[in-house]
Design a protein around this ligand. Structure first.
Ligand SMILES: Nc1nc2c(c(=O)[nH]1)N[C@@H](CN(C=O)c1ccc(C(=O)N[C@@H](CCC(=O)O)C(=O)O)cc1)CN2
Length: 284
């Protein structure tokens, strides 16, 4: 039997349709949400993701503020743009597209952001709030994954979840979201230091593969019926996306997120949710 598709594109479209109405209601109250993006360098992937974020904004009525700097930009030059967006009243929320070029202190840039304008939920204060179980904007990819699982009725409560990867945008925050009382999953975090990845994967009801290692999760590693979310992005010689999940996993899993068309569109939708929620808070 072939796995059911966790269709991120369709689910994101439904979220955007709801947000369009909420943005219209905000505008009637005199509040126009505005998303700022800071893109440093010419990485084609990052350029594509940022362009997608602004396309989404146009669709739902959010204003766009785009700042681009060359790959040669200094720490001080990037920080100056962060300060500018902190002060700009038209910018109600913003993101710094990651990764930043080598040599730039990413953590210092994130720390400089106004936490109330942090649309990615990656400011240390907001990550701390997540640890402390306080309200905060949630990191977009992990929250998008949860929304996708809920949308398709995949049982999270009590599930054994294996998260592969420990990056700041997905791997680190994902277990924090999954182990909240509202989710109540049991999480194992695997990474390059994990001794027997296959043994962990075989026990999982839900796998979140975010290692960036092509076809790391093989069909023989997956428990029949498991939900498998493919977050990894590697590129083939022809420039096509190759995920962390081998295509043969679709014959074993109960649910699978396509890549592209799964978690990526959910990441973008969740960013818009964060922007609209921040604007709604400011509108009172
Ligand atoms: N500041 C941030 N930087 C990065 C984040 C993030 O959440 N905040 N996550 C990733 C990149 N990312 C968002 O920025 C992102 C990745 C993928 C997609 C997406 O829609 N992908 C499409 C395929 C696009 C393609 O063909 O290349 C899909 O999966 O269908 C959106 C956003 C790292 N940086």
């Amino acid at each position: 039997m072939t796995a059911q598709i966790l269709d991120g594109k369709a689910t994101a479209a439904a979220i955007k349709s709801d947000l369009t109405a909420r943005v219209a209601a905000l505008k009637e109250k005199g509040v126009t949400p505005g998303l700022g993006t800071i893109l440093v360098g010419e990485d084609p992937g990052s350029q594509k993701y940022v362009a997608g974020k602004h396309r989404d904004c146009a669709q739902v009525g959010i204003a766009s503020i785009q700042r681009e700097l060359p790959a040669t930009a200094t720490q001080e030059e990037i920080e100056a743009v962060v300060r500018e967006l902190n002060e700009d009243p038209a910018c109600t929320g913003y993101i710094v597209q990651l990764p930043l070029p080598r040599g730039i202190d990413e953590n210092r840039i994130l720390e400089l952001m106004d936490p109330d304008k942090d649309a990615d939920g990656l400011h240390p204060m907001n990550l701390g709030r997540l640890v402390l179980n306080e309200p905060a904007p949630l990191p977009c990819t992990p929250n998008g994954i949860l929304t996708l699982l809920r949308h398709y009725g995949v049982e999270i409560k009590g599930a054994e979840v294996v998260v592969v990867g420990r990056g700041v945008t997905i791997g680190r925050p994902m277990p924090l979201l999954l182990t909240r009382r509202s989710e109540n999953a049991t999480v194992t975090q695997c990474h390059t230091g994990t001794r027997d990845l296959a043994a962990h994967l075989k026990r999982a009801d839900i796998i979140v593969a975010a290692a960036g290692s092509a076809h790391l999760v093989r069909p023989e590693d997956v428990k029949p019926g498991a939900a498998v979310l493919d977050v990894g992005v590697s590129r083939s010689a022809e420039g096509k996306i190759v995920g962390d999940v081998h295509p043969g996993v679709a014959e074993v899993a109960g649910w699978i997120s396509p890549n592209p068309g799964g978690v990526g569109p959910m990441t973008r939708a969740q960013l818009l949710v964060n922007v609209v929620e921040a604007a709604e808070r400011s509108a009172g």
